[in-house]
Design a protein around this ligand. Structure first.
Ligand code: UGA
Ligand code: MN
Length: 289
């Protein structure tokens, strides 16, 4: 009798234990199940098309390495790199391949006419032509276009900001134009003027790093491009005049009160000529720097 009771109790405990186990299992597995059903949220993020002209010099690989390793941390990023060169170089080709970034590698050599010192004009225009074709193709995804010098410094926050853009977004740029910070001034959520001392009469006194443009506008305005016909410092105004008015600019980075990008410039390295050395060095030409 006593033993029989014990058996029943044991069975009850066993059933209860199994029930707890099943409940715990279901409870535990639910979020994982949900996670599988929830699509990767990055699939809905607007693509950022970063357009970077670049040219061969001693610090090029250092600059591109730093930039590419920032970009590895940015979701839905497509890097359009255009070499200022008659042909593509192995250095840039390998750097892009090894980065695992989504990229498009182009090249066009600048033939600067007299009186025009601007860099990157032909390279950025080539990238915009490529982008127009891409956006019309089935692979083209909506997004924003950001013109990125290869030696600037970019905080990850700037990429979050620009995904909010409807038309054209603007923000402050650190260490540029002779200022600590060059920036749009904001009144009641609209750009009402600019803090700029270098050529303040520019229609848009903003550095290339201080804005991004909804990519669709390059389809709406197929004539929008950079030009060698404008004076130095007017490239930003040149491209912006096609797509936006001051009233339409969208101030980002907390109403243009935060610096998330800096116009840093890499110092030109000075190298001692091996010919000037008394003791000859072991040759290092086979080493890519
Ligand atoms: C400033 C602006 O921030 C640039 O956006 C603008 O293109 C440039 O002036 C200009 O119009 O000359 P800055 O630091 O003076 O920047 O220019 P760089 O960084 O030397 O050049 C801008 C981009 O063009 C870089 O990505 C650079 O690699 C590339 N570049 C420069 C070339 O492709 N070819 C060159 O001969 C020089
Ligand atoms: Mn630069």
């Amino acid at each position: 009798m006593h033993l029989f009771n014990l058996k029943i109790i044991k069975k009850q405990y066993l059933a209860l234990g199994m029930l707890v186990f099943v409940v715990l299992f279901l409870f535990n597995s639910k979020p994982a199940f949900q996670c599988q059903l929830t699509p990767d949220s990055s699939a809905y993020l607007p693509t950022i098309y970063g357009i970077t002209p670049t040219y061969a010099r001693l610090a090029q690989k250092a600059d591109l390495t730093r930039l590419s390793q920032t970009l590895m941390l940015v979701k839905n990023f497509h890097w359009i790199v255009i070499e200022d060169s008659a042909s593509k170089t192995k250095l840039v080709e390998n750097l892009l391949k090894e980065s695992n970034l989504k990229y498009t590698h182009l090249n066009v050599k600048t033939d600067k006419p007299k009186g025009s010192s601007a860099s990157g004009v032909e390279q950025r225009n080539m990238a915009l032509d490529w982008l127009r074709g891409h956006l019309r193709s089935p692979e083209g995804t909506p997004g924003v276009v950001f013109f990125m010098d290869d030696d600037n410094t970019y905080a990850l926050k700037i990429f979050d900001e620009m995904r909010k853009i409807k038309r054209v977004g603007v923000w402050p740029v650190g260490i540029v134009g002779g200022m600590r910070v060059e920036m749009p001034l904001v009144t009641d959520g609209k750009v009402s003027g600019y803090n700029a001392v270098w050529k303040p009469y520019r229609p848009f006194p903003i550095d290339m790093a201080g804005f991004a443009i909804n990519a669709t506008l390059f389809l709406d305005f197929p004539e929008a491009k950079f030009s060698r016909k404008v004076q130095s410092g007017f490239q930003e105004s040149e491209i912006l005049k096609y797509v936006v008015t001051q009233q339409e600019l969208e101030p980002l980075a907390e109403n243009c009160t935060k610096v998330y990008v800096w116009h840093t410039r890499t110092q030109k390295p000075s190298i001692i000529s091996p010919k000037k050395l008394k003791k000859p060095l072991v040759p290092d030409n086979h080493i890519e720097v």
